[in-house]
Design a protein around this ligand. Structure first.
Ligand code: S6P
Ligand code: ZN
Length: 186
């Protein structure tokens, strides 16, 4: 028996609505240790919301064969010279991939493989990004407006934030004379 009901998505803004849509926010105070310049982070208002994630999780977390759906809304801004960005993670089950589709704004999808090779893909409305298995992923807002993107990922992927908090990505995306520059990549 089918127990789920469809939800709605505004294709231009990414906003999800309907029964079962959940939301979390990440503020400057939630992002300790994420940015390269911790002093610059501490100098900002800790209540600033850097990003919000709406998600629709119609299967139980950990269900093999199910899929989750979500939209991330990432504000424009800088911590020092580093763009506002998501925490970033590997999937706990490393062999699980994901899709990202940009709905509005400008950004960069930063990808790092398990050999710590990092590169980024520019994000713009309509860009579709495949996050392969075994690949850490985070998004930076390189524009002047909200960046929103949809994600679809397996319900048994899980999230490993610890590895990134501990080891970081091997490169960071800085604003260099108004343009994104990946610093530290091979
Ligand atoms: C989930 C997917 C996204 C992120 C979201 C926030 O697998 O990759 O929904 O959760 O963009 O990023 P993070 O790194 O804080 O979870
Ligand atoms: Zn993910």
């Amino acid at each position: 028996m089918i127990l789920t009901r469809p939800i709605c998505m505004d294709l231009s803004t990414g906003v999800l609505s309907g029964l079962g849509v959940e939301e979390v926010s990440r503020t400057i105070s939630d992002l300790a240790g994420v940015f390269g310049d911790e002093q610059a982070r501490l100098a900002l208002d800790p209540t600033i919301v850097v990003y919000r994630v709406q998600s629709y999780l119609p299967a139980a977390n950990g269900t093999e064969g199910g899929l989750f759906w979500g939209t991330t809304f990432l504000q424009p801004g800088l911590v020092g010279d580093e763009y506002f960005m998501t925490k970033g993670h590997f999937h706990a089950k490393r062999d699980r991939g994901e899709y990202y589709v940009t709905s509005s704004g400008e950004g960069a999808l930063i990808l790092m493989d398990e050999d710590r090779r990092t590169h980024f893909e520019p994000m713009r409305p309509g860009s579709v990004h495949y996050v392969p298995a075994n690949t850490a992923h985070r998004v930076a807002n390189t524009g002047a407006s909200v960046l929103s993107f949809f994600a679809c990922w397996p319900s048994d992927a899980g999230h490993d934030y610890e590895t990134i908090l501990h080891d970081g990505f091997s490169a960071r995306l800085y604003c260099d004379n108004g343009r994104p520059k990946l610093v530290g990549a091979d």
